[in-house]
Design a protein around this ligand. Structure first.
Ligand SMILES: [Zn+2]
Length: 169
């Protein structure tokens, strides 16, 4: 189901008419901003399903379902950890700021061009960036490499060194 690479551009209105779900994979090399904040190799992938529909309040909505995990550095033990970023979201497809302003409350939006083409790679990347924790930590307590309060004490005090130099003059 996810063996094909996911197309970058989707025509939202056509997707809505057809009503089908398109699935494919998206690799890290297509998500440069995500690559900057994660440890995943460029060949790592997430699986993505995309569909479009018209809601009861007349919003052209894109539904994204993503399955995958990001690799992050645990800020407690400094080991690489895997963090699940799987999930789903609905985004209103808009083509202008004016359109955006008219959206019913509660909608997150994604911009499309005038022909309603949506950059799904960028949209998935945005969603995943939101799911990367600011301070990643293993769920269970992990081994501490440097325990707090045990900083080496023999670090030379720069002022002491300065005083010594002055004393030698
Ligand atoms: Zn850890």
């Amino acid at each position: 189901m996810f063996e094909r690479p996911l197309n970058r551009l989707f025509e939202a209105r056509k997707g809505e008419r057809h009503g089908d779900t398109v699935s494919g994979h998206l690799s890290w090399q297509n998500m440069p901003e995500l690559a900057q904040v994660t440890e995943n190799p460029a060949t790592d992938r997430v699986n993505v399903s995309v569909s479009f529909r018209r809601t009861d309040d007349n919003v052209l909505a894109m539904h994204l379902r993503v399955q995958g995990a990001v690799s992050l550095i645990c800020q407690r033990c400094l080991d690489v950890m895997s963090h699940d970023v799987s999930g789903e979201c609905d985004l209103a497809v808009v083509t202008s700021e004016e359109f955006l302003a008219r959206l019913p409350d509660g909608w997150e939006a994604v911009f499309a061009n005038e022909e309603f083409f949506v950059d799904v790679h960028a949209a998935v990347q945005e969603e995943l960036l939101l799911r990367v924790p600011m301070v990643p930590k293993h769920a269970e307590s992990c081994g501490l490499v440097v325990q707090e309060g045990t900083e080496p004490e023999e670090k030379p005090n720069p002022f002491a060194v300065l005083a010594q130099l002055k004393g030698k003059q």
